[in-house]
Design a protein around this ligand. Structure first.
Ligand SMILES: [Zn+2]
Length: 116
């Protein structure tokens, strides 16, 4: 069963716990776990031991998963995750106005305020 379908079924029956993040590399999931922990968001790591060795990709249905323990933390957790994934996946962008580069998480140029 694909992990998304499995997650959906679990979400249907267990309303108090939500899947927040999954990634084939345990180190990445652990990094997110510590980020959420720092924000005071309680979460549970699942499939921790299903993953392969460091640097090895686990099969899709064995990806380590992070589950949020309190529904009320879910939106905040998503904000943390948005920032995290933006930092990981997006390169810096250059301002059309002044040419300075800004981090991917900035919507305006840090130097002149030009909108991206
Ligand atoms: Zn600029």
């Amino acid at each position: 069963m694909p992990v998304q379908v499995a997650a959906l079924i679990q979400l249907t029956f267990v309303h108090a716990v939500k899947l927040a993040f999954t990634h084939p590399q345990l180190v990445v999931v652990q990094q997110v776990l510590s980020l959420l922990d720092r924000e005071g968001i309680a979460c549970t790591l699942r499939n921790e031991y299903a993953a392969g060795a460091v640097g090895e990709l686990a099969p899709l249905d064995a990806w380590p998963e992070l589950w949020i323990q309190n529904d009320s933390d879910y939106d905040r957790a998503n904000q943390v995750l948005e920032v995290f994934t933006a930092e990981v996946e997006e390169p810096e962008w250059s301002c059309d106005q002044c040419g300075k580069s800004s981090p991917a998480t900035f919507e305006f140029c840090w130097h002149c305020g030009w909108e991206r």
